[in-house]
Write a protein that binds this ligand. Structure first.
Ligand SMILES: Cc1cc2nc3c(=O)[nH]c(=O)nc-3n(C[C@H](O)[C@H](O)[C@H](O)COP(=O)(O)OP(=O)(O)OC[C@H]3O[C@@H](n4cnc5c(N)ncnc54)[C@H](O)[C@@H]3O)c2cc1C
Length: 416
């Protein structure tokens, strides 16, 4: 029997859980369909940046996240292909007025938290919000289209569910995005990546590590700190280069760990967590897709919003989820979720993160040149001017948008 909701959200990751929570808080009846049962793993670097912390703050979930097993991320350490090293501290994002009123003025700059844990905090918060009906282990097969309008979803069990608006939040291969025609698969705008957990890697500290290694450009090798001596280790590379040069990511990852003189010693006494190696794909925001239409919107990876330089997508998934909920509220309060009523969502998303994505795409293209990477990192490691610029920005508490984005500091290193 078909059911009627205000909104259907297909996918319970950071994008979908954020959308569902904000919508239900405004009094809407929301159905949240999720393919898996939570807690579930998601291949990721697990780095949760200042942008995510801001939305977590708006959701009132910072204290919960700070209680679960995770590590703080206080800065970024990276090396150029010629092995020059540079460490840049992250600033703390500005806390919301509510948090300040509670006497909690400082948020941590960011975390590294396994997605099995982090996503579960967001998902359970959505599940507890009055108005959200959760369907776990219920994959959506497709959106239902009637006369060019999206009117609901069909789940794999053959049932149909109807709503005034449908949000595609099913990640990179979201079935809603595919049915409504918002899906694009161009390897020049996707990254392929592998992640594996290791225990007891030497010299892991409070910094996330990004290493530009010879064989993995454009892309990088990462080591991110986690709780109890765990580390998230992985590599990611643009998919067209993986295909063109017939790169084997598993082999490249093994070579970094076991053959590269920079890392061999650090991994010598470490153990790989059995079964933790998993690969997945990242749809980059280097090409703008349409984000809304008659009765539908997409958020997060379903909308292709991942930072083309850093690979960061959790923050943009949460930001887009918050903006989607706002726009749905405006549309439903003013006659319905027509394409015209939802179109400001696209404008707001690009206004919020469009420039940043474009800058990152430029950086990604520049980063293909090893000599340039070497030059820039060497320059930054030695340049008092760049360091002074960084300090100035660190003390400019007004410039929060830039300041709460860790990756801005990476990008800064490539600017004149
Ligand atoms: C290896 C790797 C490393 C990364 N590292 C980082 C990092 O360190 N920091 C960062 O910010 N980002 C990183 N990213 C990107 C980040 O993982 C994504 O941008 C982020 O998960 C997007 O959130 P989302 O909610 O849009 O999608 P997802 O997190 O993919 O969530 C989608 C949800 O939808 C569910 N779903 C899928 N299909 C269906 C269906 N048919 N029906 C119902 N539910 C469905 C899934 O089970 C999932 O729970 C990385 C990505 C990869 C692959």
């Amino acid at each position: 029997m078909a059911k009627e909701y205000d909104a259907i959200v297909a996918g319970g990751g950071p994008g979908g859980a954020t959308t569902a929570t904000f919508l239900a808080r405004q009094g809407y009846k929301v159905a949240l369909f999720e393919k898996e049962r939570f807690p579930r793993d998601k291949p990721c670097g697990d780095a949760i940046s200042g942008k995510s912390v801001r939305v977590l703050d708006a959701l009132g979930l910072i204290d919960q996240v700070e209680k679960v097993p995770m590590a703080l991320a206080l800065g970024v350490r990276f090396t150029s292909p010629d092995t020059t090293e540079l460490v840049v501290p992250f600033p703390k994002p500005k806390a919301s007025e509510e948090r300040v009123a509670m006497g909690k003025s400082h948020n941590e700059p960011g975390y590294v938290c396994r997605r099995e844990i982090y996503d579960n905090v967001l998902f359970q918060a959505a599940k507890k919000t009055k108005g959200v009906k959760v369907f776990e282990e219920t994959p959506v097969e497709s959106a239902i289209m009637e006369g060019g309008r999206c009117v609901g979803v069909k789940t794999k069990d053959g049932k149909e569910h109807r709503a005034k608006v449908v949000v595609g939040a099913g990640g990179a291969l979201c079935p809603v995005g595919r049915t409504v025609g918002a899906y694009e698969r161009d390897p020049a705008h996707w990254v392929a990546a592998i992640r594996v957990y290791w225990k007891d890697v030497k010299d892991v500290d409070d910094n996330i590590e990004i290493h530009f290694v010879d064989d993995i450009i454009p892309g990088y090798f990462w080591i991110f700190p986690l709780e109890n001596g765990l580390a998230n280790v992985g590599i990611g590379m643009r998919e067209d280069y993986v295909k063109k040069d017939k790169k084997d990511l598993k082999e490249l990852l093994d070579r970094c760990i076991h053959d590269n003189p920079l890392f061999v010693e650090r991994f010598a006494g470490a153990t790989k967590v059995e079964g933790s190696q998993r690969g997945w794909i990242l749809p980059l925001g280097s090409r703008r897709r349409r984000l809304s239409g008659e009765g539908w919107l997409t958020v997060g990876d379903a909308a292709g919003l991942i930072d083309p330089f850093s690979g960061e997508g959790i923050g943009n998934a949460m930001v887009s989820g918050q903006l989607a909920a706002e726009q749905i509220h405006i549309a439903l309060s003013n006659g319905g979720a027509t394409a015209d009523a939802l179109a400001p969502y696209d404008i707001k998303v690009w206004a919020e993160i469009g420039d940043e994505l474009e800058r990152s795409y430029k950086m990604q293209k520049l980063g293909r040149h090893k000599w340039l990477l070497n030059f820039v990192v060497r320059k930054a490691a030695k340049s008092p001017r760049l360091q002074a610029q960084l300090s100035e920005m660190l003390s400019d508490r007004e410039d929060t948008d830039e300041l709460t984005n860790w990756w801005f500091y990476l990008r800064l290193l490539f600017m004149k």
